[in-house]
Design a protein around this ligand. Structure first.
Ligand code: NAP
Length: 254
């Protein structure tokens, strides 16, 4: 029987690359969207035809972490099993005002929104996924993280701090879920050219600086992270848990 992936934020950027990677490897996929329902529908039509896998899309708001409970109940109606869960979705725009800011402009509401969307949503989503994985004898959980908690990135205090928290939770979850044969890891990306990154002030200037610093002379692309995400769900990664893997084109050390 085919394995099933649940991934949040599958419509754009890294999440979309993850959907394509797993679909091309014959995995059925339940993915979420927030505003782009049409993109989700187009992806289902295109990828199910191209790869012969089952795809379904569901609305999710990661600012309401408990909505993951209803989401998984809906997924239960459509898929017989859940093997992998990837927490990828991220908020941007108005909800990060006061969170995506320089230190003296930080506001508790913006910081809390980022914490809720990044950390609390990961916890509830992973809990719901783990309950289902236990029934099928194990599984793999991954959270996207970011090297913005390793080196200074302007305006990134809120995101960097929440990603650091996620990496800690990954270690605790891995420790406690290991006996159920559920592995938990984080994939931490350097700067990846997506809509989220293009919202940085001075995007072109920041991009030029990154390309200059990069040993590989380029920014990351969404599919630079999706291959590792897939590998971490395979049997070849059976003894890998509680880790954060940096995929940054060498930029963090540059
Ligand atoms: N870009 C980078 O440089 C970079 C580097 C390292 C790690 N990351 C991490 O990788 C992940 C994906 O980032 P990305 O750059 O690919 O993001 P992105 O291009 O901005 O895509 C965001 C995704 O999240 C969904 N989303 C937005 N608001 C939401 C909400 N309130 N509730 C639920 N879903 C929501 C969007 O759905 P709709 O399209 O339907 O609105 C979209 O699918 C994030 O966790 C990010 O922190 C990014």
């Amino acid at each position: 029987m085919s394995k099933t992936l649940v991934v949040s934020g599958g419509t754009r950027g890294i999440g979309r690359a993850i959907v394509e990677e797993f679909a091309s490897n014959g995995v059925d996929i339940a993915f979420t969207y927030h505003s782009n329902v049409q993109i989700a529908e187009d992806m289902i039509a295109e990828l199910s035809e191209r790869y012969g896998v089952k795809l379904k899309a569901y609305h999710l708001d990661i600012l309401e972490p408990d909505s993951y409970k209803d989401l998984f109940k809906e997924i239960d109606k459509d898929f017989e099993r859940i093997d992998y869960f990837i927490s990828n979705a991220m908020i941007s725009g108005r909800s990060v005002v006061g969170g995506f800011a320089s230190f003296m402009r930080l506001k508790s509401k913006g910081l809390m929104n980022i914490y809720t969307a990044t950390v609390l949503s990961f916890v509830v989503g992973a809990q719901e996924a783990a309950k289902r994985m236990e029934k099928v004898g194990g599984g793999a959980i991954i959270s996207l993280s970011s090297t913005g908690n390793l080196f200074y990135t302007p305006n990134y205090t809120g995101h960097g701090n929440s990603k650091a928290a996620v990496e800690t939770i990954v270690k605790y979850a891995a420790h406690e879920l290991g006996e159920k044969k559920i592995r938990v890891n984080a994939v931490s990306g350097g700067p990846i050219d997506t809509d989220a990154f293009r919202k940085f002030p001075n995007y072109e200037k920041v991009k030029d600086e990154i390309v200059k610093r990069s040993p590989l002379s380029r920014m990351g692309a969404p599919n630079d992270l999706s291959g590792l995400c897939y590998f971490l769900t395979t049997e070849k990664a059976n003894w890998i848990t509680g880790q954060t893997f940096i995929v940054d084109g060498g930029i963090t050390f540059a």
